[in-house]
Design a protein. Structure first.
Length: 538
């Protein structure tokens, strides 16, 4: 600001949440500021208070929250501001990109309606002018063929596409301050690079300030002017980003910066062993229907003529942009969606099996989904969630006690057996992912499809999960199909790598070969986007 007033200034922020036990503190004495045209990163592990701090700026905390301190936007106090003031500020002066696009987007409204809503509310833009602006925003954030997506609903988009819609909504009115809460978590590396470049350009063009919350420290190093490190609800270190990364002073900052998945996978015990699963010319085509009679006029080729095999003790990494068909391929191999082609599992051709024939094999093929909170029923305790699979396959301990099996499964993934009677919301993101892994491993499977199992986790927790998965693979000779857009994690896990684009495999080979010497332009682009920060900082 011309008079030296920061765009955003937070002083002595304290936030607690009321419960039966009293007031549980979440944020203690936080002070920070964001200047016009500046990016300030807020980093720290899950539960450190980053998102709660961000939500307090727009007065979006739960009713059980109690907050004190000062939050000033352009010198105007927002703490305890009335609803009319906050309605004018939200989405116009200050916008926010939320971490979970599926929960932040309205499932009943089209993408066009959700992006244009803010334009109509704050700018009075309607009709053709609003549609033109929506299409412009969708182009900017990298949504392919935006005209065909205007009438789509959130569930019809991939995770990365939903995140891009959230970003378009936040940028609609050209805010002065953008709060970005993990805005690139669900995005593949090439789209991530484009989004970060876009945000950087908009910041320069509009003089926009940004509070950037992330667990990806590589992005922070390249993107942020200043960095604030949070632990246990407090800012334990802050300063220019270059200084924080070059010479961190606080032990927690030092530990955070050293946490990154490293190493290589253990050698395959028997490279000549018969594959656990084998797919030949697998195809998944979704029909495009139009007209009153819903006539099929074409197909979306989500997976188009792909062949692969995975042996015991082997990890095949599947990488590519959002919407490239990675998850669809994994679901097809597990016979969770219809496909064409040959699928052989444990020596049996299962493509023609009905559900009754598949049921005995289900315990041998398991999946760990990307979003542990969405895949765990909030109405069931952890014991009930894990017991569900054990009951279907009648798995119990020698003395007939299934709770003993559940306790052993939890301990195997680094949790305590006495946690089994708690519910999912009582755990952190990393703990919930461990529970999802325990649910799969309790059945002692031969094949596990891991669909983005670390994407929403902090760097330090990612390291723990990668080490856990390596240990379980070595102990039980498991075959993994590891789907991810995080190429650093894939490099630490995968023996072989398949690079997918628009439903086809454009390159495949041994992990070191694909990462160090990619043969195709697309693979080179992926590797460059993923490892560019390390190269620049070396």
């Amino acid at each position: 600001m011309s008079d030296g007033t920061p765009l955003l200034e937070i002083k002595g922020l304290n936030i607690g949440f009321r419960s039966r036990e009293g007031l549980a503190p979440a944020v203690r004495g936080v002070s920070l500021h964001v200047e016009k045209g500046e990016t300030v990163a807020l980093v720290g592990e899950s539960g450190s208070g980053k998102s709660v701090t961000a939500l307090s700026i727009l007065q979006l905390l739960a009713d059980s929250a109690e907050a004190s301190g000062s939050i000033r936007y352009q010198g105007r106090e927002l703490m305890n501001a009335d609803k009319r003031t906050m309605r004018d500020v939200r989405g116009d002066d200050i916008s926010m990109i939320f971490q979970e696009p599926m929960t932040a987007l309205n499932p009943l409204h089209t993408i066009e309606r959700q992006i244009s809503e803010s334009l109509m509310l704050h700018r009075g833009v309607k009709g053709a002018a609003a549609r033109e602006r929506v299409l412009e925003l969708m182009h900017k954030v990298g949504i392919r063929d935006p005209e065909t997506r205007l009438g789509a609903y959130p569930h019809q988009l991939s995770g990365g596409q939903r995140q891009r819609v959230m970003i378009a909504m936040a940028l609609a009115n050209g805010p002065d301050l953008l709060i970005a809460d993990e805005p690139t978590t669900a995005l593949d590396v090439t789209v991530q690079a484009r989004i970060l470049t876009l945000l950087d350009e908009l910041k320069a063009e509009m003089g926009m300030g940004m509070l950037f919350i992330t667990h990806d420290l590589g992005i922070v190093r390249k993107f942020a002017n200043r960095t604030c490190v949070m632990q246990g609800g407090e800012i334990v270190e802050s300063g220019p980003t270059a200084r924080i990364f070059a010479s961190p002073e606080h032990p927690y900052t030092q530990r955070l910066l050293s946490a990154e998945p490293t190493g290589t996978p253990d050698p395959i015990p028997r490279p000549d062993a018969a594959p656990i699963v084998q797919g030949e010319s697998v195809r998944v085509w979704f029909p495009i229907r139009k007209g009153l009679l819903r006539k099929t006029v074409g197909h979306v080729k989500a997976v188009d003529d792909i062949s692969l095999s995975i042996r015991p003790g082997e990890t095949v990494g599947v990488v590519g942009e959002s919407g490239s068909g990675k998850t669809t391929l994994g679901l097809a191999l597990l016979r969770l969606i219809q496909s064409e082609g040959r699928i052989v599992f444990l020596g049996k051709e299962i493509q023609g099996f009905n559900q009754r024939q598949l049921r005995p094999l289900r315990r041998n093929m398991q999946v760990v989904f990307q979003d542990p909170y969405g895949s765990l029923s909030p109405r069931m305790s952890i014991a009930q969630i894990i017991d569900e699979g054990l009951g279907v396959h009648d798995i119990r301990s020698p003395d007939g006690d299934r709770r003993a099996v559940i306790g052993a499964a939890l301990e195997e993934v680094g949790l305590e057996a006495d946690m089994m009677d708690r519910y999912p919301h009582e755990f952190s993101g990393g703990q919930r992912q461990r529970i999802s892994i325990a649910r799969a491993m309790a059945l002692k499977p031969d094949l596990v499809v891991l669909d983005e199992p670390t994407s929403a986790l902090d760097m330090s927790v990612q390291v723990q999960i990668v080490d856990l998965l390596r240990d379980l693979q070595k102990r039980y000779n498991l075959a993994y199909m590891f789907i991810s857009h995080d190429l650093k994690v894939v490099r630490a896990m995968a023996h072989r790598v398949m690079v997918m684009r628009q439903g086809v495999v454009v390159e495949e080979g041994e992990g070191d070969q694909v990462f160090d010497n990619p043969q195709t332009e697309y693979a080179r682009t992926l590797m460059s986007a993923a490892f560019r920060i390390e190269a620049k900082s070396a």
